[in-house]
Design a protein around this ligand. Structure first.
Ligand code: FMN
Length: 195
């Protein structure tokens, strides 16, 4: 049995810069489902400058902040929309900064849970598939399974509670498995009790 000394830290990345982002709502709901299992903090990406290799020698302050937020995290939760059947540009930009400079990737070896939502029937599935391919290439350890969420207007209330029981149960299972994965891979944050 694992006896947490302090909870694992999760960096939450929302792949949208939209004010009323439905993916941010989903991310907030997932953080709520993870209460008591991990400590989540949102890592901002909408203020990162457009990636430019010329700036790698003197990283812009927002990039330094972003990479240090990732460095502190034991795991990463990425909740992304689908743009034109792929990864939104704002998220791909953040991924590129996180991956650089060469040899200083912020992603390698970290566990990640990738999910997302869209009003469309396939709930961001293609964006997630592309993202899984990119993040696997960058050496992340991805939580298994497919968490595609079709967004409906009353799915998540203003407190981040999921109204629909089956969706709630479906996502709770992912959150629980993610918390377990992160805890197993972050031995510095936990100690094993005798029980
Ligand atoms: C440029 C653009 C491309 C989009 N392409 C897709 C798409 O390929 N598949 C999809 O399901 N929805 C697509 N949508 C609709 C988004 O799912 C919808 O705008 C959603 O609210 C975006 O998530 P967000 O609110 O978290 O930003 C697109 C929206 C935009 C603005």
């Amino acid at each position: 049995m694992l006896n947490p000394v302090h909870l694992p830290r999760i960096a939450v990345i929302v792949g949208s810069n939209r004010r009323d982002s439905i993916n941010r709502k989903l991310a907030q709901a997932l953080v709520r489902l993870g209460a008591g299992k991990f400590e989540a903090s949102f890592a901002r990406i909408d203020d990162l400058p457009m990636y430019n290799q010329d700036n790698e020698g003197n990283l812009p302050p927002a990039v330094v902040r972003f990479k240090s937020e990732l460095a502190r995290a034991d795991g990463v939760l990425i909740v992304t929309p689908e743009h034109d059947r792929s990864i939104p540009a704002v998220l791909k930009n953040a991924i590129d900064w996180g991956a650089r400079p060469w040899g200083k990737s912020s992603w390698t070896g970290k566990p990640a849970f990738i999910t997302g939502t869209s009003p469309g029937a396939i709930g961001s599935a293609l964006a997630q598939q592309h993202l899984r391919s990119v993040m696997t290439g960058l050496g992340m350890i991805l939580l298994g399974g497919e968490a595609y969420v079709t967004f409906k207007p009353n799915l998540i209330d203003e407190h981040g509670a999921i109204g629909d029981d089956s969706t709630n149960k479906f996502l709770q299972d992912f959150v629980d498995r993610f918390a377990h994965l992160v805890t197993r891979l972050a031995p510095a944050t936990v100690e094993r009790s005798a029980a």
